[in-house]
Write a protein that binds this ligand. Structure first.
Ligand SMILES: Cc1cc2nc3c(=O)[nH]c(=O)nc-3n(C[C@H](O)[C@H](O)[C@H](O)COP(=O)(O)OP(=O)(O)OC[C@H]3O[C@@H](n4cnc5c(N)ncnc54)[C@H](O)[C@@H]3O)c2cc1C
Ligand code: SF4
Length: 337
C-alpha cells in the first residue's frame, strides 16, 4: 500500500477565507469528510499539494426541511441528513439515499458537497498506483487509451455513483455555487455534464470531466421546493449490503390523483458518467398504472442507461437492476395509502 503523499492542510472558517485559499493555491482540492478524496490520494491517483478543509465554515452547515422547502448546506453530514426528522418525513427519498451510503463511520464524516462532487469510478481507475501502471494507466489519469472502450476516441466512461444526486434530481433541486465570479445557482441536473447514452449533442463532458464547476467554484448548498402530494423513495442494489457503492441506485418521485398516475420522475445512479434523470416519464402519466406504463418505463431505462463494463458487475446487468428497482419503487409508492 502506498504512503499518503504530503500536503498542507488549510482550515478556513468563512467562505471568504475559502475563496482566498483557493485563489492562493490554484492546485488545491476542497476537503469535505475526505472519505473519497483521501482514498484517491492514498492510491496515488491524485496528489494535491494543499487541501482546504471546508467543514469548519458555519455558512455551509445550514439545514432546513419543512413544508416550505428543503435546504442543505454543503458540509452537513450524511448522518445528519439521514437522521433529520423533517427530511425523513417530507423528503424521504433524500433521507433514504443518505442512509444507504457506505457505512456508519463514512456517513459520520461524509458531506453533501463531497457526495455531489464524488469522483467517477471505474475498475481500471480505483486501483493502486502499481496496478494502474501495470496497465499503462488510462485516459482518466495519465494514459492515452480507455481500457473499457478502446475505440472511445478520448472519451472516458467512468461511472458516477453518488446516491444523493438522483434523490435530489427527482425533487427538481437547485445547487448553489460560489466562486471568484460570485454566487450562482443551477438546476442540479446541469451540474453533471458526463455523457449519457441518449444524448443527441455533445455535453462537453465525460467520466473524466463530469462537473460543470468553474475554476475555483465550490458547492455551498442544495435547495428544493416542497411539492404537496409528491411521494418519493430511494433504493439501491449493492454487492455487500453493509458498505458498498451502488450496482445501480434508483430514486422515484410520483403523484397519484385517484387512480391516475399524475406525475412521475425517475433518476438513476451507478450506471453512467452522470446521474440520469430519465427523460420521457411525463408521457407515461395521465392514466392508470398499468402494464403500458411499466413497458414504457423499461424502454426509457433501456434507451438512456449505459452498459459499459466499468465495474465488476456487467453493464447490462446494472441496467436490468435499474429497471427492476424503478418498477418496484413505482409500484410501492403508487400503492401507498
Ligand atoms: C468503502 C466506501 C464505500 C462507499 N460507498 C458509497 C456509497 O454507497 N454511495 C456513495 O454515494 N458514496 C460512497 N462512498 C464515497 C463517500 O464516502 C461518500 O460519497 C461521501 O459522501 C463523500 O463525501 P466527503 O465529504 O467525504 O467527500 P470528500 O472525499 O471530502 O470529497 C469528494 C470530492 O468532492 C470535492 N468536494 C468536497 N466538498 C466540496 C464542495 N463543497 N464543493 C465542491 N467540491 C467539493 C472534493 O474536492 C473531492 O473531489 C464510499 C466510500 C468508501 C470508502
Ligand atoms: S472508462 Fe476508460 S478512461 Fe475512464 S477510467 Fe475507465 S478505463 Fe479509464
Amino acid at each position: 500500500m502506498e504512503a499518503l503523499s504530503e500536503f498542507d492542510l488549510l482550515r478556513p472558517t468563512t467562505l471568504a477565507g475559502v475563496l482566498e485559499a483557493r485563489s492562493a493555491h490554484p492546485n488545491s482540492r476542497l476537503l469535505g469528510g475526505g472519505t473519497d478524496l483521501l482514498v484517491n490520494i492514498r492510491r496515488g491517483i491524485v496528489a494535491p499539494p494543499v487541501l482546504i478543509d471546508v467543514t469548519g465554515v458555519g455558512e455551509l452547515r445550514c439545514m432546513k426541511a419543512d413544508a416550505h422547502g428543503l435546504e442543505i448546506g454543503a458540509c452537513v453530514t450524511l448522518t445528519e441528513i439521514a437522521g433529520h426528522a423533517g427530511v425523513a418525513r417530507i423528503y424521504p427519498v433524500v433521507a433514504q439515499a443518505a442512509a444507504s451510503i457506505a457505512g456508519p463511520t463514512h456517513r459520520n464524516m461524509g458531506t453533501l458537497g463531497g457526495n455531489l462532487c464524488l469522483d467517477t469510478r471505474c475498475i481500471f481507475y480505483n486501483q493502486s498506483e502499481w496496478w494502474r501502471q501495470a496497465n499503462n494507466h488510462c485516459l482518466k489519469t495519465t494514459g492515452d487509451m480507455c481500457h473499457v472502450a478502446p475505440k472511445s476516441r478520448g472519451v472516458c466512461f467512468a461511472t458516477f455513483s453518488g446516491d444523493l444526486a438522483p434523490a435530489l434530481l427527482t425533487l427538481g433541486a437547485e445547487v448553489d455555487l460560489l466562486g471568484p465570479g460570485g454566487r450562482r445557482s443551477l438546476p442540479l441536473r446541469e451540474l453533471y455534464i458526463g455523457v449519457a447514452r441518449h444524448d443527441e449533442k455533445a455535453t462537453g463532458g465525460d467520466g473524466k470531466n463530469y462537473l460543470a464547476l468553474k475554476q475555483g467554484e465550490i458547492v455551498t448548498a442544495v435547495r428544493a421546493r416542497h411539492e404537496p402530494g409528491l411521494r418519493s423513495a430511494y433504493d439501491k442494489v449493492r454487492i455487500r449490503r453493509s458498505i458498498e457503492y451502488p450496482v445501480a441506485g434508483v430514486a422515484v418521485a410520483l403523484r397519484r390523483d385517484g387512480e391516475t398516475l399524475a406525475d412521475l420522475r425517475v433518476a438513476i445512479t451507478g450506471t453512467n458518467p452522470r446521474p440520469v434523470l430519465l427523460e420521457g416519464t411525463q408521457a407515461l402519466c395521465g392514466g392508470k398504472l398499468d402494464a403500458g406504463v411499466f413497458k414504457g418505463l423499461d424502454e426509457l431505462v433501456r434507451d438512456q442507461i449505459m452498459s459499459m463494463k466499468t465495474t465488476f458487475t456487467p453493464g447490462h446487468y446494472r441496467r436490468r437492476v435499474a429497471g427492476v428497482l424503478a418498477r418496484r419503487l413505482v409500484t410501492r409508492l403508487f400503492g401507498q395509502g
